[in-house]
Design a protein around this ligand. Structure first.
Ligand SMILES: *Cc1c(COP(=O)(O)O)cnc(C)c1O
Length: 386
C-alpha cells in the first residue's frame, strides 16, 4: 500500500506527528495531564486563560438548555439565530467595523473570503510565513498565488508593480502564528492602497491580546478600516471559545454571505457556542488585567531567558519561539522538557520552513510566575545538553 511508504518516509525524516491526549486539571491554571502525566501546558492559544471562565461556561450551559446543541441547518436556511446576530453585532463594534460575519472556523473564514472575492485566475499575494489557511485560501480560489518575503513591504510592492492582472488580494497574518512577530501593517496598507489591492489581515493571535483595548494588530498600529478593509478573527484562541469571523464594511460582508462557499454550505455554529463567545468577548474587555498579565509574563519570560543565555526571536507577544533548526532537535528538546514537567510542542515542517524547527512557547494569563520561572530553568538545562 502506498500509505505505508508515505508514513515510513515521515518517520525517517522525523516528521511523523502523534496526537497526545490532554485532560485539564484546573479551570484557572495551565495544569494538565498529558497521556496521564501531570505537567504545565505551554502550548495552548488560550492567551487570556478564559476558556473555562465561569461566566463563559455558564453562558454555554444556559444557552444549550434553552436552544439545544445543534443549530440544525446552515445560516442561509434556518440555522441563523438571535445569538448569532448579537455576537456579530458585538464583534463589529469591538473591531470598529460596520459588520461582522461568523464562520465555523478560521480556516473556513480564510477560504470563504478568497473564494468570494477572487475570480479564477485572479491574483493572491501572501507573506511567506502566513498560516496554512491563508496559503490554502489562494489555492482553493484557483487564483495565481505568490508569496513575498516575510514582512517585506518592498518585496510586495515589487510583485504588485509587476502585475498586469486586475486588483490583487493581499493576505497576511497580523501576529505570525509560529513566530509571534507583527506584520508591518502600516507600510503594507500603504503599498496595497497605492496598487488598489485589497488587504486582508488574519489577526488570530493578535485580537484580545495586542492593542490598548485588545483590538489586535490593527488597533496596535492605529489603522482605519479603510486601510485594512478585511479583518479575520478567530474565536478559539484568546477568546477561549470556538469559531471565527470576518469584519468589514457592509458591502464586503454582504458579498461573503452571497458567495463564500464555506459560509453557505455548512451548518451554523451552535447557538450555545455563540452565547459562550459573547460572554468571552465581554470578559476579555472587563477583565483587561488578563491582557496586561499575559504580556507582562512574556516580558518576564524574555528577561529570564536572556539571563540564562537562551536564544530568543524578535517577538513581544505571548508567542515565544526558540529556534532549534532540525526537526529531531526540536522533538528531543520537547521530550526532555516534558520530563521536567513542561509541555512545549515541537513545531516542524511543513508548519514551518525546513531547517526552522522550533519550540513554540505560548504564554497565558493562566500561568503562574513559578510556571514561567520553572520553564526557563528547565529550558536552560535541556538546551545546555543538546
Ligand atoms: C489558528 C489560525 C487559524 C485557524 O483558525 P481555526 O478557527 O482554528 O480554524 C487561521 N489563521 C491563523 C493565523 C491561525 O493562527
Amino acid at each position: 500500500m502506498a500509505f505505508e511508504s508515505v508514513l515510513a518516509d515521515l518517520d525517517e525524516r522525523g516528521l511523523r506527528r502523534r496526537r497526545r491526549s490532554v485532560r485539564r486539571l484546573s479551570h484557572d491554571t495551565a495544569e494538565i495531564e498529558l497521556d496521564g502525566r501531570p505537567c504545565i501546558d505551554f502550548c495552548s492559544n488560550d492567551y487570556l486563560g478564559i476558556s473555562a471562565h465561569p461566566r463563559v461556561t455558564a453562558a454555554l450551559v444556559a444557552a444549550a438548555r434553552e436552544h439545544g446543541v445543534g443549530a440544525r441547518a446552515s445560516h442561509l436556511i434556518s440555522g441563523h439565530q438571535g445569538e448569532h446576530d448579537a455576537l456579530e453585532e458585538e464583534l463589529a463594534a469591538f473591531t470598529r467595523r460596520e459588520r461582522a460575519l461568523l464562520f465555523s472556523t478560521g480556516y473556513m473564514a480564510n477560504l470563504g473570503l478568497s473564494t468570494a472575492l477572487v475570480r479564477k485566475g485572479g491574483v493572491v499575494l501572501g507573506d511567506a510565513l502566513n498560516h496554512a489557511s491563508l496559503i490554502d485560501a489562494g489555492r482553493i480560489a484557483r487564483a495565481s498565488v505568490d508569496h513575498y518575503a516575510h514582512g517585506d513591504a518592498a518585496a510586495l510592492d515589487a510583485k504588485l508593480s509587476a502585475l498586469n492582472a486586475g486588483p490583487a488580494l493581499v493576505l497576511t497574518d497580523g501576529v505570525f502564528s509560529m513566530d509571534g512577530d507583527l506584520a508591518p501593517l502600516p507600510v503594507l496598507a500603504m503599498t496595497c492602497a497605492r496598487h488598489g489591492a485589497l488587504l486582508s489581515v488574519d489577526d488570530a493571535h493578535g485580537l484580545g491580546v495586542v492593542g490598548d483595548g485588545g483590538g489586535g494588530s490593527v488597533e496596535y498600529f492605529g489603522l482605519t478600516p479603510l486601510q485594512v478593509p478585511a479583518l479575520v478573527g478567530t474565536l478559539g484562541k484568546a477568546f477561549g471559545s470556538f469559531g471565527a469571523f470576518v469584519a468589514g464594511d457592509a458591502g464586503l460582508i454582504e458579498t461573503l454571505i452571497q458567495r463564500a462557499r464555506t459560509y453557505i454550505y455548512t451548518t451554523a455554529l451552535p447557538v450555545a457556542v455563540a452565547a459562550a463567545t459573547r460572554a468571552a468577548l465581554s470578559v476579555s474587555i472587563t477583565e483587561s488585567w488578563r491582557r496586561t498579565r499575559v504580556l507582562s509574563l512574556a516580558r518576564r519570560f524574555r528577561a529570564l531567558a536572556t539571563d540564562a543565555g537562551i536564544p530568543l526571536a524578535a517577538s513581544e507577544t505571548p508567542i515565544q519561539p526558540i529556534l532549534l533548526g532540525g526537526a529531531d532537535a526540536a522533538v528531543a528538546a520537547s521530550r526532555r522538557l516534558l520530563e521536567h514537567g513542561f509541555f512545549v510542542a515541537a513545531i516542524r515542517p511543513p508548519t514551518v520552513p525546513d531547517g526552522s524547527s522550533r519550540l513554540r512557547v505560548a504564554l497565558s494569563a493562566a500561568h503562574r510566575d513559578a510556571d514561567v520561572e520553572g520553564l526557563v530553568a528547565a529550558l536552560a538545562e535541556v538546551l545546555a545538553h543538546e
